[in-house]
Design a binder for this molecule. Structure first.
Ligand code: TRP
Ligand code: ZN
Length: 885
């Protein structure tokens, strides 16, 4: 018999809830082999809903022990239970429902609902995990006030936490104790949290702008107590920044963060009880790289910012996920930009967008920022909803200007405080506060796919005009074949020989010129448009999409000389970096064609000159220099290649390596002197200038070790002598990539030997190895999985080994014999029985089967193999079936 397929849910079918749950009282009795959850719910029928309306509560993997309505036990036959719900056919207009359910947190490997991570109990309820804890209306538009009692063994679980304020504690018989928490803010079930464990705490406090004192606590396992300072500082900076930048004050007297080792994502914004993956909260110089420090800062900020964008104003339904995620990513990106370098942060974010989100938009899982259907919502926590969603908010910011945007966000928070709302409500508030019509702009929420913008320019010397023609089209995506033009804010300038030129559009009066008349934001909103600039007295190079002002693919026929001009003296840092990447892409593609034709690679000296000039430009931030001299990644190159045809991963890898070698040897003296100038053994500081210095110094070290055995010796010395993880890992990585087998194996063994007691270091050690482009990479990966340090139940380890191999080791994942694909399929099948969210995410690289030259059939065959597995989770089923459609 054919299995029933999981159902698809549509946005167009949304209906408001027929019942509300005004008060929720929970009692948790936690034991080693089970937990009892007693839920006492005050339920009321919504005004206008028919009296005959059945009450259908969500519930999954629960064992109902008892059920009472207004104190009367309900007999069998008065309710219906299936694997996803509890139905009461007829209920009064207002009543109290009490259920007792038995669950098994110790056996919950999905890390959703109530589960055990090492020594502690914890929860993860977003998006639909609360239904694995008790019967409930588990949807974000049902908001309730929670009072929660947690009861557990006092010796094993001295710390008992939930949302809000602790209102009572009690010592109980047989060595047990309890704590009761009350959260005064109504919230959806996905923001509920509970933690019980033997945890140490770092405490601090914050005085809000209105003078309220907030206790800040970070709870960790005792061994990690020395790794909380950076998160605490980041939290205080976030709280101040949100007051100053968005006028948002914190609203409770406590803010708690708990670090857990087993976690499906980065962190979770549960009201006043954020739960973090240890990898996103712990930091110390010896265990955490600079990138890790920055990740901690931005994720602490992200979760904190959710208190307003997500919690006080939440989502009506899960199709609106980007309402909180896109907006909050925009907010955390602005925060990081204000704390460090705006251009560097922008380049990092655009790289993710172009590498991952553009690929998602071009593949079978393409969906709009506001999806219109899903089978499993966990599959839609994507780069499109998060990062493209943030770009959409950024474009509104650009179109309105900073002041009107702030008025819009103030209006949004004030108008919708305490409500569950939609993306449309957000746009309306922005329109109402600014008077700007965002009518057509709304297409960014409903239309999937990355718009392609092609621009061309004509200079008329006689008329002194420059005409920029801009055309746009969005390619079809699955289920959405007809695309409309979107509203694109195109930030730009014109670059002349001596710098950026003053801009005046035809028909404009001189007095419309603003103070910075060398910079404009053009609004592109139809299929093709022309912009005529007058008074242009030399042939300019257009500087387009400054700051990456819209998430589009821009094509302009730049010559290499044009790119060189932009790199060396455009006013926009993003454009300078982008031009450096475009130049590198062109040169790598040349070399790939030469290698294909069997000829010797011939690297355009213009690239070498341009890199030399960037290194010599002391006016540039060293972090910018580091990014400008780093070649585009293989996944980005593959994404570009598959946009116009199919990617040849081996060809890309070989060409990129050979361009890197050319830069390494042609500029070896420059790398040498850079390294000599920047290398430092001063105590570690995670400050902007120090991070920038290390990034350039380690970029130089990379080139030096690619160039010579002396370079590898230098890397080895840095690995052994480093006083911080950034330099140590950079040294180890250079040795592992460019050293001989003996050097590599010795250094890797030494690293494990010294750091095996630090899980977060071991994860980086695993990940580095999984990504090595060596011939025996797959067997190395299999050996790592057999290593004591590996654990299939821990998502960080799965990501570090299997995830890193499949998405960070292209030449080996795409092995000609298909063994990489088979390996991934087998792992996904095993993981699906344990943790469907992780299994489904790991599948990502296989879904891109149409992109790869000579590999598509093998990749598709593995997806088909998976599709034939019985009992697939809805998560994996959805990804597999969409990929094969
Ligand atoms: N809301 C979280 C964030 O972006 C995301 C999240 C954490 C999540 N854990 C999850 C989403 C588990 C789905 C499943 O900050
Ligand atoms: Zn978030």
């Amino acid at each position: 018999m054919r299995e029933a397929q999981p159902a698809t849910i549509y946005l167009k079918d949304y209906e408001p809830p027929a019942y509300r749950i005004e008060q929720t009282q929970l009692h948790f009795a936690l034991h080693e082999d089970y937990a009892l959850v007693t839920a006492t719910l005050s339920i009321a029928r919504t005004a206008g809903a028919p009296e005959t309306q059945a009450l259908v509560l969500h519930g999954q993997a629960l064992k109902l022990e008892s059920i009472q309505l207004d104190g009367n036990t309900l007999g069998e036959g008065t309710y219906v239970i299936d694997e996803a719900s509890l139905t009461l056919e007829a209920v009064p207009g207002e009543f109290e429902l009490r259920t007792v359910v038995r669950i098994e947190p110790q056996n919950n490997t999905s890390l959703e609902g109530l589960y055990k991570s090492r020594t502690m109990f914890c929860t993860q309820c977003e998006a639909e995990g609360f239904r694995k804890i008790t019967y409930f209306l588990d949807r974000p538009d049902v908001m309730s006030i929670y009072t929660v009692t947690v009861e557990a063994d006092a010796a094993r679980y001295p710390v008992l936490l939930s949302n809000g304020n602790c209102v009572a504690t009690e010592a109980l018989a047989s060595g047990r104790h309890s704590a009761t928490w009350h959260d005064p803010f109504p919230k959806p079930a996905y923001l509920f949290a509970l933690v019980a464990g033997d945890l140490s705490v770092v405490e601090d406090s914050f005085t809000t702008c209105s003078g309220r004192e907030v206790d800040l606590k970070i709870f960790v396992e005792p061994k990690d107590l020395d790794k909380c300072d950076h998160a605490m500082d980041s939290l205080k900076r976030s709280m101040r920044w949100d007051e100053e930048t968005f006028g948002r004050e914190y609203d409770l007297d406590i803010f708690n963060i708990v670090a857990v080792d087993d976690f499906n994502m980065g962190a979770m914004e549960n009201k006043s009880l954020n739960i973090f993956n240890t990898s996103c909260v712990l930091a110390s110089p010896d265990t955490t790289t600079d990138a890790g420090y920055q990740r901690v800062e931005s994720i602490v900020a992200h979760e904190y910012f959710h208190n307003w964008s997500g919690n006080r104003v939440t989502c009506r339904d899960w199709f609106q996920l980007s309402l909180k995620e896109g907006f909050t990513v925009f907010r955390d990106a602005e925060f990081s930009s204000d704390m460090g370098s705006r251009t560097v942060k922008r380049v990092e974010d655009v790289t993710v967008l172009r590498t991952s989100q553009f690929a998602e938009d071009a593949g079978p899982m393409a969906h709009p920022v506001r999806p219109d259907s899903f089978i499993e919502i966990s599959n839609f926590y994507t780069v499109t909803v998060y990062e493209k969603g943030a770009e959409v908010v950024r474009m509104i910011h650009t179109l309105l200007g900073a002041e009107s945007f702030r008025r819009g966000s103030d209006l949004y928070f004030q108008r919708h405080d305490g409500q569950a709302v939609t993306c449309e409500d957000f746009v309306l508030a922005m329109e109402d506060a600014s008077g700007v019509d965002l009518g057509l702009f709304r297409r960014w929420y409903s239309q999937a796919g990355t718009p392609e913008v092609s621009a061309s320019g004509v200079y008329d010397e006689e008329a002194q005009t420059y005409t920029l023609t801009v055309a746009q089209r969005t390619p079809p995506t699955p289920g959405q074949t007809d695309k409309q033009p979107v509203v694109i804010p195109l930030a730009m300038g014109l670059l002349g020989d001596a710098g950026n030129l003053p801009l005046r559009l035809e028909g404009e009066l001189p007095d419309t010129e603003t103070s910075d008349n060398t910079h404009r934001v053009l609004t592109v909103d139809s299929a093709e448009q022309r912009f005529v600039f007058t008074g242009v007295n030399e042939a300019p190079v257009p500087s387009l999409l400054r700051g990456f002002s819209a998430p589009v693919r821009l094509d302009y026929p730049y010559t290499r000389k044009d790119l060189q001009a932009l790199i060396s003296h455009d006013a926009d840092g993003f454009v300078r970096w982008d031009a450096s990447q475009q130049l590198a892409v062109q040169v790598i593609m040349d070399v790939q064609a030469q290698l294909d034709a069997g000829s010797e690679p011939d690297v355009d000296p213009l690239l070498i000159d341009s890199v030399a000039a960037v290194i010599a430009d002391t006016s540039l931030d060293p972090a910018m220099v580091a990014m400008m001299v780093t070649l585009p990644g293989e996944n980005y190159l593959a994404e570009l290649a598959s946009h116009t045809g199919q990617a040849d991963v081996d060809g890309i890898h070989a060409a990129r390596d050979s361009v890197r070698e050319a830069l390494a040897s042609a500029l070896s003296e420059q790398w040498q002197s850079l390294f000599g100038r920047l290398h430092s053994v001063e105590p570690y500081q995670a400050s902007g200038p120090e991070i920038a210095r290390r990034s350039l110094c380690n970029a130089a070290l990379g080139y030096l070790s690619a160039d010579s055995v002396d370079g590898v010796e230098l890397a080895l010395a840095q690995y052994h002598g480093a006083n911080n993880m950034t330099d140590r890992l950079a040294g180890l990585q250079a040795v592992a990539y460019f050293g001989n087998d003996v050097q590599r194996d010795a250094a890797l063994a030494d690293c494990f030997d010294k750091w095996h007691h630090e899980a977060l270091v071991v994860n980086q050690w695993l990940q580095l190895q999984a990504m090595l482009p060596l011939e025996d990479a797959l067997s190395r990966v299999q050996a790592l999985m057999a290593h004591d340090a590996f654990d299939l139940r821990n998502p960080n380890k799965v990501r570090a080994v299997i995830g890193a191999f499949a998405s960070g080791n292209p030449v080996n994942f795409h092995r000609r014999d298909g063994a990489g694909y088979r390996f991934l399929r087998e792992q996904v099948a095993v993981l699906d029985g344990m943790n469907p969210q992780i299994a489904s995410r790991l599948l990502g690289p296989l879904t891109k089967w149409r992109n790869y030259q000579g590999r598509g059939d093998m990749m598709r065959a593995e997806l088909e193999e998976l599709a034939a597995v019985s009992g697939l989770s809805p998560d994996v089923f959805e990804v597999v079936s969409r990929s094969l459609a």
